[in-house]
Design a binder for this molecule. Structure first.
Ligand code: PLP
Length: 257
């Protein structure tokens, strides 16, 4: 998502911008923050997939006034399910506390707003603290996995690896590759099936949000739509051995037509 693309989508009804830092990459935030300032819009960073990634030296999720992280089982650090929201604003922190806990604040069992139960359990928080203590080791292994995939796949014709700009120091959450039909004429879904037959579980790129009618109706996003049909992500766990990554890459290359 770029500032240029966001600007053409802003309408008088727009209240906030939610850049999504996909697969561990970070959106080019400086122009997005500049645009938001100019248009007086709030920015909420979706850093669910990008914990630990940095943009111009700053942690993804801490550039805008609000950021969120996911601790789902597959994420870089996990509490099984759950997540965290961070903010640099005391006022927003207090609002989030209110909505997190059934809309109750100082007065017990008095609901100031219609809140929910978004609390993380103490057991999950304990797992999260232990995971945080290991984040450097996890990040190092993710970096190894990313570098090995890059070495083995960077010159494979028709397989475009995710691009990271010089401003981004990523913690790669998933190895995402856009397939070109000239090299994978059977199509992405057939490649997923071929790899599945070889015992390798992959996942397709996310659906483009505008194709879900209840979300964005008639908006056209041709680049997102194209990528959602062409992207495959390969096994990306930090526990993968070099041999396992080599097997995945050899199998992936054998799918080329
Ligand atoms: C970009 C992005 N945003 C939000 C979420 C939702 O996170 P959770 O499953 O922890 O609610 C996910 C992951 O599931 C995600 O990848």
């Amino acid at each position: 998502m770029t500032a240029k693309d966001i600007e053409r989508c802003i309408t008088p009804k727009t209240k906030a911008i939610v850049p999504i830092h996909t697969y561990g990459n970070v959106c080019d935030m400086a122009p997005i923050m500049e645009l938001a300032d100019r248009k007086a819009l709030l920015v909420l960073e979706d850093a669910a997939e990008a914990i630990g990634s940095k943009y111009m030296g700053r942690m993804a999720g801490t550039i805008a006034p609000v950021g969120i992280y996911s601790f789902h089982a597959t994420k870089t650090i996990t509490t099984g399910e759950g997540g965290a929201a961070v903010t640099s604003s005391i006022e927003l922190r207090d609002r989030m506390h209110l909505f997190r806990s059934h809309g109750m604040a100082a007065r017990r069992y008095w609901h100031e707003v219609a809140g929910h139960n978004f609390r993380l359990t103490n057991m999950q928080a304990a797992i999260g603290c232990a995971q945080l203590e290991q984040i450097e080791a996890i990040t190092k292994e993710r970096d190894r996995v990313y570098k090995t995939y890059t070495r083995l796949l960077q010159n494979v014709e028709g397989a475009m690896l995710q691009y990271y700009s010089d401003k981004v120091d990523p913690v790669v959450w998933a190895i995402a590759i856009a397939l070109d039909v000239s090299a994978f004429s059977q199509g992405r879904d057939a490649v997923i099936e071929q790899l599945n037959q070889l015992g390798i579980e992959t996942r397709p790129g996310f659906y483009s949000a505008n194709t879900m009618p209840h979300i964005y109706g008639k908006l056209r996003l041709p680049v997102c739509e194209y990528l959602s049909q062409q992207v495959i992500s390969l096994p990306s766990s930090p526990t993968l051995t070099e041999e396992e990554i080599e097997r995945v890459c050899t199998s992936f290359k054998s799918c080329k037509k």
